[in-house]
Design a protein around this ligand. Structure first.
Ligand SMILES: *[C@@H]1O[C@H](CO)[C@@H](O)[C@H](O)[C@H]1NC(C)=O
Ligand SMILES: *[C@@H]1O[C@H](CO)[C@@H](O)[C@H](O)[C@H]1NC(C)=O
Ligand SMILES: *[C@@H]1O[C@H](CO)[C@@H](O)[C@H](O)[C@H]1NC(C)=O
Length: 295
């Protein structure tokens, strides 16, 4: 085909002659805040020049749903902004058919991995817990998937996340006392969902219970592993039902318009990311079924 023929062919049938790069495609999908932030971060070239890329493009709503303080921090810290945006990009073309549950993939942010989850027989597919709402939009230099939330890169495992949170200090102390770092944080962590009771929740246990637990390693292990569900369940992936813990016991999760409960505990903060899964803060210590001594 000669050039002028090719050009007229493209004019007639633009679908066959993709001329939009991944940023153009994101823009066509309405992700204008993302474009503005890519520009502010100075990474337009990174996303438009070079090898093919896969962009998980947060919608405008996704950015406006971020806490105002987080958005302000991103806007004020160019390096942090660039890091967070690169965390949404993979090398190569990754189409939705190539995604799998608990798939872990390196991102453009050095040393950082992302996690894909597939829930509810494929009805809900997430990238770092952010639901993919439009997938497989081809671009000249890659492919774009639109997502409905922005997730910041995890800083360590779910146990590290517990350690950093001042209101989870009892849980952290208990994990260390139980020697559970290997199960809950590595060296080869299996993906899990940690339901993390607050200090207030531990303090609400009957008098003496907490001290007794901290002095009884096997009871503590039983109790803490009961708070770790097998597999990464971001809130968007949870539906009402029973879920297996890492030790094969089961917890009952209920999801409705008022929120998420686990047995009789309420999730008060959802979706704290970790490299080995996700943490949800709960307002009560879960009570183990039968055999457990401290109920
Ligand atoms: C997108 O590109 C892939 C391969 O590069 C191709 O298989 C697919 O048909 C394209 N989709 C559209 C809608 O053009
Ligand atoms: C990650 O956590 C460590 C402490 O665990 C902290 O010193 C560091 O500032 C955190 N990094 C980010 C980017 O939040
Ligand atoms: C945890 O999930 C994995 C993957 O689905 C499965 O192979 C394993 O048996 C599960 N473990 C428990 C204790 O349910």
């Amino acid at each position: 085909m000669r050039l002028f023929e090719f050009v007229s062919f493209c004019l007639i049938s633009s679908a066959f002659c993709q001329t939009s790069n991944i940023l153009d495609v994101a823009k066509q999908l309405g992700a204008t805040t993302l474009l503005e932030l890519v520009n502010d971060a100075g990474i337009t070239d990174v996303l438009t020049v070079g090898d093919p890329l896969t962009l998980f493009a947060p919608s405008n709503e996704a950015f406006s749903n971020l806490p105002a303080s987080v958005l302000a921090e991103l806007r004020n810290d160019k390096q942090l902004l660039a890091d967070v945006l690169k965390y949404h990009v993979l090398n190569g073309k990754v189409f939705s058919t190539m995604l799998a549950d608990e798939l872990v993939v390196p991102t453009l942010l050095d040393g950082s991995i992302s996690r894909v989850n597939i829930y509810q027989q494929g009805q809900v597919v997430t990238y770092n817990g952010c639901q993919i709402t439009t997938s497989d939009q081809n671009a000249t230099n890659g492919v774009v998937h639109l997502i409905s939330k922005v997730e910041l890169p995890p800083n360590g495992t779910v146990v590290d996340a517990a350690k950093r949170d001042a209101k989870l200090s009892t849980l952290w102390k208990a994990i260390v006392a139980a020697g559970l770092m290997n199960i809950l944080a590595g060296p080869v962590p299996r993906p899990l969902t940690l339901f993390a009771p607050t200090d207030d929740a531990f303090n609400a246990l009957p008098p003496g219970t907490l001290d007794a637990l901290l002095n009884d390693k096997s009871a503590l292990i039983d109790l803490l592993t009961y708070h770790a569900v097998n597999g990464t369940y971001y809130s968007v992936g949870l539906t009402s039902g029973t879920y297996s813990t890492v030790e094969g016991k089961s917890v009952t999760i209920a999801v409705d318009t008022s929120g998420i409960t686990v047995n009789d505990a309420k999730v008060t903060t959802a979706d704290v990311p970790g490299t080995n899964g996700v943490l949800h803060v709960i307002d009560k210590v879960l009570t183990l079924p039968s055999s457990f001594r401290f109920q």
